[in-house]
Design a binder for this molecule. Structure first.
Ligand code: GAR
Length: 192
């Protein structure tokens, strides 16, 4: 990944589908002087994503795409990214799979946060799977996005203990707290 030159921050889009706590955290991080990125666009696949409120709160352009025609929608996303001169993409609880074409166009420039210690528990319901398997440790991972789900090169990972009292909800809360530290740290690691 190229080093930062001068004061120009890298134009970044964040893709979300839900609450958007990672989005809010990344926006706040992007505003500090040391941040290599600025958040210029928020993309969602649903109007129901609560995190869309941060677009209004922080005055960031947002766009919601309904995926009636997947191919067409991906094309429209691609056009928008070009128009907004987006150079980097952070997936933050985005629950759609990106097309191979888009991933190729942004090769090495799309990252994702996943609530498990990858390669363990790719996909959904990571916390209930970890508890069901009586794991003692879980965590979160920031990784590059490739065509294979949750399988790209790992940038940073944080381990978190699972206690006997944990249930999927309490564990999700614990992991999310660490995600908020890990995502900015991973972005710093990429660009510095
Ligand atoms: C986060 O825990 C993130 O790791 C997970 O969704 C949550 C989004 O929370 N992502 C995935 O499961 C992707 N496969 P947020 O909307 O509050 O950032």
């Amino acid at each position: 990944m190229e080093k930062l030159t001068g004061l120009k921050k890298i134009k970044t889009a964040v893709f979300i589908s839900g609450i958007g706590s990672n989005l809010k955290n990344i926006i706040k991080f992007s505003k500090i002087k040391q941040s290599p990125i600025s958040i210029n666009l928020i993309v969602s696949n649903t109007h129901l994503a609560k995190g869309l409120k941060y677009a209004d709160q922080f005055k960031i352009k947002k766009k919601i795409f309904n995926f009636k025609n997947h191919k067409e929608t991906e094309k429209n996303i691609s056009i928008l990214l070009k128009k907004e001169k987006i150079k980097f993409i952070c997936l933050a609880g985005y629950m759609k799979i990106l097309s191979k074409k888009l991933i190729k166009r942004f090769d090495g420039k799309i990252i994702n946060i996943h609530p498990s210690l990858l390669p363990k528990y790719k996909g959904l319901n990571t916390h209930s799977r970890a508890i069901k398997n009586k794991d003692k440790l879980t965590g979160c991972t920031v990784h590059y996005v490739t065509a294979k789900l949750d399988s790209g090169k790992i940038i940073l990972q944080k381990k978190i203990k699972i206690s006997a009292r944990d249930n999927p909800t309490s564990l999700a809360k614990k992991v999310l707290k660490q995600e908020h530290k890990l995502y900015p740290a991973a972005i710093m690691k990429i660009f510095n």
